[in-house]
Design a protein around this ligand. Structure first.
Ligand code: WAQ
Ligand code: MG
Length: 256
């Protein structure tokens, strides 16, 4: 789903909200209703256009076991951003690349997708401009999500569930070294950094009331075929969790 507001001189309009999912046939109506409600009641405003696209997926989804979640503390935007920058430095992202990502995130015009930038030079690698790369065809496997929720209270909020599904899909690709994200919704100030197998939740990444935000994927410097990576980010079906058989074995182990 994507919802936008008309804007003179820009045929794509202003991004209001978007959403994606990967469900079985009998769950499509429920998902469509969830997405429509999101589009119609979004705090960024009332959309002039809503596009809802539903497509049968022909390949089997890949199961991607979730990365772990770590909650950080911060009381000021300066403090929150410093936590994020320090995490990115520890992961090995260059100072140039971190600064370039921050510039992207601060832009007043929100884009509906992510910017892919080189982990060393900080140069933008995708050619998508104001559109960005929209990661799609991912969702939590329902039973695996329930299992994770037993040990992590942050996974009860719809927003954290959606954001972590995306972050897990992105982190699955070895070409992506790290991700930085905070919302473009004015009221939501918690964001995250992922890298080295951890989803780091960080509060206070922007002032409340600020409508800029976005996503940056830091890409390995030696990646040759960026279009192939973009294709997988956009098109490969991914379920976050464990395939039923592996999941049952794991559940048994936990119950013992
Ligand atoms: N693919 C690529 N980029 C996306 C996608 C997508 N599917 N969805 C959103 N973006 C980009 C786009 O530039 C948006 O403007 C920006 O991210 C923010 O999207 O643990 O809610 O949906 O509590 O507003 C993170 C913390 C919340 C969650 C992030 O982002 C938590 C959030 P939003
Ligand atoms: Mg948003």
């Amino acid at each position: 789903m994507r919802a936008a507001k008309e804007n003179d001189g820009d045929e794509r309009g202003i991004h209001i909200s978007g959403g994606e999912g990967l469900r079985l046939y009998h769950q499509i109506q429920e998902l469509a209703e969830e997405l429509l409600q999101k589009a119609l009641t979004h705090e960024r405003g009332k959309p002039d256009t809503i596009h809802l696209s539903i497509e049968k997926v022909k390949e089997n989804p890949v199961f991607v076991p979730p990365i772990s979640i770590k909650n950080h503390e911060a009381n000021t935007v300066e403090g929150g951003r410093e936590v994020a920058c320090q995490l990115l430095r520890n992961i090995g992202i260059s100072e140039n690349s971190i600064q370039s990502a921050l510039q992207h995130m601060k832009k007043p015009k929100s884009i509906r997708g992510a910017a892919l930038i080189d982990e060393v030079s900080g140069l933008r690698l995708d050619q998508r401009g104001d559109k960005g790369v929209r990661v799609s065809r991912m969702d939590w496997d329902v039973e695996s999500l329930r299992f994770m929720q037993k040990s992590d209270s942050s996974l009860v909020h719809q927003r954290a569930i959606e954001a972590s599904a995306l972050a897990n899909k992105v982190a699955f690709y070895p070409e992506v070294v790290a991700e930085l994200c905070w919302s473009d919704d004015p009221g939501y100030t918690t964001g995250y950094v992922t890298g080295q197998g951890i989803y780091h939740r960080i509060p206070c990444l922007k002032e409340s009331g600020n409508a800029s935000g976005g996503r940056v994927f830091f890409i390995r410097h030696d990646v040759q075929n960026i279009e192939d990576l973009i294709h997988r980010l956009e098109r490969q079906p991914v379920l976050i969790g464990w395939e039923k058989k592996a999941f049952e074995t794991m559940n048994k182990r936990v119950e013992v």
